[in-house]
Design a protein around this ligand. Sequence first.
Ligand code: ASP
Length: 439
Amino acid sequence: MKKVVKFGGSSLASAEQFAKVRDIILADAERRFVVPSAPGKRFPEDTKVTDMLYECYHMAESGQDFHRLLSEIAARYQEIIEGLSLSLSLKAEFETIEKNFNEKAGENYAASRGEYLNSIIMAAYLDFQFVDAAEVIRFTEEGDFDAELTNRILRERLETADHAVIPGFYGAYGDGRIKTFSRGGSDITGSIVARAVKADVYENWTDVSGFLIADPRIIEEPEGIDTITYRELRELSYMGASVLHEDAIFPVRREGIPINIRNTNRPDDAGTWIVESTCQKSKYVITGIAGKKGFCSVNIEKAMMNSEIGFGRKVLQAFEDSGISFEHVPSGIDTMTVFVHQDEFADKEQKVVSAIHRLADPDSVDIEADLALVAVVGRGMKSTRGTAGRIFSALAHANVNVKMIDQGSSELNIIIGVANEDFEAAIKAIYTIFVIAQL
Ligand code: ASP
């Protein structure tokens, strides 16, 4: 059995956190491959090392004196090294970083040093082998992650390693130049490593005990989710629930490796399991509720639309021509509605409207702004009658007007459009009917 364990920034922000992480790793001999993030915040007002590195590099790039900030970053690592009583010095590493900053090695290089240095410390602390991500995680010349090449290189490199620490967040082009993933990308590295070593589990250790059914900023102390499928998670994270980087799902998913989200500060909590498929019923009919504000609907009407072949294509062409992606397209007999992100759409709205008129010749086009979408997600909905009925009666009781309903044929989620100002009330009403009423 092999486990890949990734630790987030808050799990590695101080020597005290490092000690917890070591206890977790040593408690299970299968935890053989470790992927650290850069040190995160030690307290709420603190700054993540990655953010300090970006700022420091921008100072270097624009010719400002960046040395003070660089020594503050060095001090963050020194504090950890001393707190763990390690006989390790990063002096030479910081000299190289300073030199490379002066030579303008690039923002990606700069940001990657957070994970790189933290992994050197972690490898020394655990007495595991350090494997630089620049040698094993590859990007194509176009800057895309090269999944197959990486998998080959990484698999070969780790075949002979009993234990290894591989920094998260970055890799390199064929010529060695560093490239990072998008922010929060250490989650992706963990998943890539899990795929390469064919791990039995990918454990992702963070500062929460897994996913919650709803956003804790809206629902006070929401219940946790024990098990969620990849597809459910995709729906929820698309709609704003964030614990894991979205791109972290793909590498493990293709190998059927489950992800277990765990809490470094409460290692005994079981956390959330993210799996391909499960016969385990979720505790409630729904698995989670998520949503986002800031949508706009473009309502297009045309008599006899239903019999006009190609009408939908022409309408969507108008959006495509302006480079706007659409979110949902519910339609009626003579109406079609296109949901878009308001901030993307605002500048281009008149261009899109005139293109719709030109291409599709509708009777009218009407725009409604300040809408929110709420997604109710759950594999349990498929086999349960009355879910939609319960949602809508709960919303009616809460005085929330439903503007749009969209249920995909997968029966995995129901998406509801409401006014921005009804967003919180809608989520509370749905949570209450499915969770609180069942307790
Ligand atoms: N350190 C990087 C960030 O802050 C990547 C990560 O933590 O996953 O985005």
